[in-house]
Structure formats: structure tokens, C-alpha cells
Design a binder for this molecule. Structure first.
Ligand code: GLU
Length: 506
């Protein structure tokens, strides 16, 4: 890939229409990695010209989410500590609705060069046209009726519109012959017949530019060298290139990243709940795991390595390693990656991270020492795939006694009578052990195993009911781990109580 001598400048150009889609984070990440790798600049530009889809607060939320991921912009809107927006950079304003006079100026230029034209067609006429084209199985395209109006006719129509307080739209006058070539860094060379390219609207009747017009003007004025975005914008690219040419501007490099797909290869659901970055945070995926995972949505280092820090991603990232086939979002893979990242954290760090989940479930943490919370954490750390699983996995550590079912309490090779007896013997044993023996996993294990040998018991007839009365779960860490931990947090009384709870249901 040839890199110009100009400094690399990339951008993320989201439309503030709702929650932050995971695809937007992917586009942002690729642009960020590429800019960082080549010591360039990464710009945030807010594309809010579609006023009907504008959502209050979406812009602020977008900035916060990207920050949470560790994706930082060199230029563009930022939030101060009071959540107020301000801008950094000398190529602003960076919010398109603040740039309307700029688009106006360039529209005039196109009109003068006859590379743009007013269109006075009513929406009824356009609808009719669309229906006709559909009936004939032709692609829906403007028929260029207004392109042939004389200057006189345009003047008259403009005056008429003004009287009616209406505004005509402005359309792009695309060449009727020849072809436009897109040289995409991912998809290669794609040729488009100019006759198939619609004379699309550049300025709408509300005076706002369309995305297609604003994106070209802004990418030029903001000196963007590489436009990296989702594959869904590839078919628009020839029209963008024609606009660059109409203005006589240098065309930036384009790299389109493949669509993100569900595991069944259908396009990733647009239902915001499922695909919003916020939703992934809520489920308890760590930002660094998500970044690692998202980097792999359409990019591959072409090595075996799968775990990448942000610094490693910056080092390894290259546009030439973006794939051109759909990127499957595999949640199992994300779970695996997240558990890898969870394991690298200390128990103390994890306690802070899972606290909100415990609190949300209603556990009263004030009753326990931080050490207890860390001990609980250390038992589940290796099994945890996402932080939101924590309450379900650790609930017996925060309730005085778990709910028990008699059939589950009896080991498969044992009986109810024997189980009851064994639980009593365990109570006797635990009365005699020192605090150190009770509260240290290895020492408790030693003492209980000695006791089993002394009485000639089967391991299962003791260890199964012990573990079950402590947890109420069919699966959990070992009986020694849970008992010693519970002893540390609740004291001997509670260990006895849990055993009694078992005895009482038999
Ligand atoms: N505003 C467009 C979007 O929401 C940006 C597309 C582009 O990057 O050119 O995705």
C-alpha cells in the first residue's frame, strides 16, 4: 500500500441516531488503529444532517462510549467534566449542522459549473416514477427531467417556489457516459458504469445537505487521507468520487470493512438492544476484551495469536489484512476472550468490577470484609465468562442458608439416614477445629480427609452433602473452598447452621 507523504488523517463519522452500534465501534477502532500506527490524526465528525433521525443525547453518549473503549480522537467534539460539549482542532466545526454555510458555498460552485442542478419535481411525481420503474423491474433512479431545464426555466421555477415558500432540491449532475473506478484497499478495483449512477440529491428541500454531499465536502476540508468505513457504503463510493472530481479535489484512499454477520450468516440484527455497545458493557464484557474481539470482526493478523492488547493491535494492524468476506460475530468466542481477560485481573480489581452486579441483585455487601469479597471472587474467577454471571454463581456466599432439595442432598451411593448422621459428625468435627483450620482451604481439606479415613467413609458420602449444604448448588467450587470461605465471611455459627439446614430437611 502506498502511503502518501501527507500525514495520515482518518475519521469516524457517526450519525447520532441512537445507541452506539457495535459496527460503529469497529469502524472507529480500525480508523483509530490505522491513524495511530502511522502517527496520524483521528477525527470525530458528527453527521447529524438527517434531522428526522436525530436523537437527543446520542452524540454525548457516543463520545462517552468511545472513551470507555480507550478510543481517543485527536480532533472533534469532546465533553468537559460537566458533560458540556466543546471542540478541539482547527478544521471545525466538527458537527455538520454547524457547517450549513459551508455546504451552501459549495452547492453554488456546483450549480455554476453545471455539475449540480435544481430539481423541482414533486414527491408525487417521484413516487409515480418509482412505481413505474418498479413495474418495469428497472432500478429506481431519477429520470433527470430537471437537468434539461434552460436557465430561463430555472429562474421562473425558482421564483414560483419562492412565492410558495418552498425550496427545490439540488441534484448531482453525473456524467452520462464512461465509467468510474473505485480502487478499494480491501475490495480492489471495482468499475461502475456512470449511466447507472443516480443523480442523487445533494441539498434537500429543508436546506440541509444529504450525507453524500456533506461527507465529500467535509472529508476534503478536513484533509482526510483514508476513508475507512463499512461495506454498506461501497456502492455510494463512485458517486462520492464523481463529486471529488466535479470539485477538482484529490480523491482519498478508500477501505471498506466487511459486513458484520450473525453466526447463521444473516446480516447482524439492527435491533439496537442486541448490537449496542452499551448492551455488551451491561452484560459484563470488559472494554479491553471487546476491543480485542471487535478488532477481529473483519481483520486478521494472519498469525495464530488471538489475544491482543491495544498497543499490539496498533502495531499489527494494517488495512491490507482486512478481509473482504462477512465477519461473523460469534458470542462464544467473545465469552472465551472475556474470560481470558478476566483471569488477568487481580481479585481486588474484579471485586470492584462486579460490585455493581452484586448490588443490583440486592446483596448487602456492607456485612462483609473486602477480604471475603476477594476470596469469593478468587473461587469464581476462572469460571466467569462475563461479569453479569457473578450473582448467580456466588449467591450462596451472600445468603444465610441456601435453598436445599432433599433428593439432591443425598449422595447417589448413600441414604438419607446415613447422610443425616454424617452431617452431624461433620458438625462435631467442625466444633473441634481451630479457626485457622476452618478458615484455611488446605488445612480444612487435610482435617476433613483425615476424618474420612478415620471413619472409613466413602469420600462422596461426606464431601457431596458438605458441599451441597454450603451452596445449594449441584456444581460449585470444592467443599473445602466453599466451607473455608464461608467460615471466613460468616463465622463458625453459620457453617453449623448450614449443616443444620441440611439435617432438618432429611
Ligand atoms: N454517517 C455515516 C454513518 O452513519 C458515515 C459513513 C461514512 O463513514 O462515510 O455510518
Amino acid at each position: 500500500m502506498s502511503l502518501n507523504t501527507k500525514p495520515i488523517r482518518t475519521r469516524l463519522a457517526p450519525s447520532p441516531t441512537g445507541l452506539v452500534h457495535i459496527g460503529t465501534v469497529r469502524t472507529g477502532l480500525f480508523n483509530f488503529l490505522f491513524a495511530r500506527k502511522y502517527a496520524g490524526q483521528f477525527i470525530l465528525r458528527v453527521e447529524d444532517t438527517d434531522r428526522s433521525r436525530f436523537v437527543e443525547g446520542a452524540m454525548e453518549n457516543m463520545i462517552e462510549v468511545m472513551q470507555k473503549f480507550g478510543i481517543f480522537f485527536d480532533e472533534g467534539p469532546r465533553l468537559d467534566e460537566h458533560g458540556k460539549m466543546y471542540e478541539v482542532g482547527d478544521k471545525g466545526p466538527y458537527i455538520q449542522s454547524d457547517r450549513l454555510d459551508i455546504y451552501q458555498k459549495y452547492t453554488q460552485e456546483l450549480l455554476e459549473k453545471k455539475l449540480g442542478y435544481y430539481c423541482f419535481c414533486s414527491s408525487d411525481r417521484l413516487e409515480e416514477l418509482r412505481k413505474e420503474q418498479m413495474a418495469l423491474k428497472k432500478p429506481a433512479m431519477y429520470d433527470r427531467l430537471c437537468r434539461n431545464l434552460t436557465d430561463e426555466e430555472v429562474k421562473t421555477k425558482l421564483a414560483e417556489f419562492e412565492l410558495e415558500k418552498k425550496r427545490p432540491v439540488v441534484r448531482q449532475a453525473n456524467p452520462l457516459e464512461g465509467e468510474t473506478i473505485v480502487n478499494d484497499l480491501v475490495y480492489g478495483e471495482i468499475k461502475y458504469d456512470n449511466s447507472t449512477l443516480d443523480d442523487q440529491v445533494l441539498i434537500k428541500s429543508d436546506g440541509f445537505p444529504t450525507y453524500h454531499f456533506a461527507v465529500v465536502v467535509d472529508d476534503h476540508l478536513m484533509e482526510i487521507t483514508h476513508v475507512i468505513r463499512g461495506e454498506e457504503w461501497l456502492p455510494s463510493t463512485p458517486k462520492h468520487i464523481l463529486l471529488y472530481k466535479a470539485f477538482g479535489w484529490e480523491v482519498p484512499a478508500f477501505a471498506h470493512a466487511p459486513l458484520i454477520l450473525n453466526p447463521d450468516k444473516t446480516k447482524l440484527s439492527k435491533r439496537q438492544g442486541d448490537t449496542a455497545a452499551e448492551e455488551f458493557f451491561k452484560k459484563g464484557y470488559l472494554p479491553e476484551a471487546l476491543i480485542n474481539f471487535i478488532a477481529f470482526l473483519g481483520w486478521n493478523p494472519k498469525t495464530e495469536q488471538e489475544i491482543f492488547s491495544l498497543a499490539e493491535l496498533i502495531d499489527q494492524f494494517d488495512l491490507s489484512k482486512i478481509n473482504n468476506s462477512g465477519a461473523v460475530l460469534d458470542v462464544n468466542k467473545l465469552d472465551w476472550m472475556n474470560s481470558e481477560y478476566i483471569r488477568t485481573k487481580s481479585d481486588a480489581e474484579l471485586v470492584e468490577l462486579v460490585k455493581p452486579y452484586w448490588q443490583e441483585t440486592g446483596f448487602d455487601l456492607s456485612k462483609f470484609t473486602h477480604e471475603y469479597l476477594e476470596n469469593v471472587m478468587s473461587l469464581e474467577k476462572d469460571r466467569l465468562r462475563k461479569l453479569s454471571e457473578i450473582s448467580d454463581r456466588t449467591k450462596y456466599f451472600f445468603t444465610e442458608t441456601p435453598q436445599l432439595v432433599a433428593e439432591k442432598l443425598v449422595w447417589r451411593k448413600s441414604t438419607s439416614v446415613e447422610t443425616k448422621q454424617n452431617l452431624r459428625l461433620l458438625q462435631d468435627l467442625f466444633r473441634t477445629l481451630s479457626d485457622d483450620q476452618m478458615g484455611t482451604i488446605t488445612k480444612l481439606e487435610e482435617a476433613v480427609k483425615e476424618f474420612i479415613v478415620k471413619h472409613g467413609f466413602d469420600n462422596g458420602s461426606i464431601l457431596w452433602p458438605l458441599r451441597y449444604v454450603m451452596t445449594g448448588e449441584e456444581k460449585s467450587p470444592s467443599p473445602f473452598e466453599v466451607t473455608a470461605t464461608i467460615f471466613g465471611g460468616w463465622g463458625r455459627e453459620n457453617v453449623m447452621l448450614r449443616l443444620e439446614n441440611g439435617i432438618s430437611i432429611l
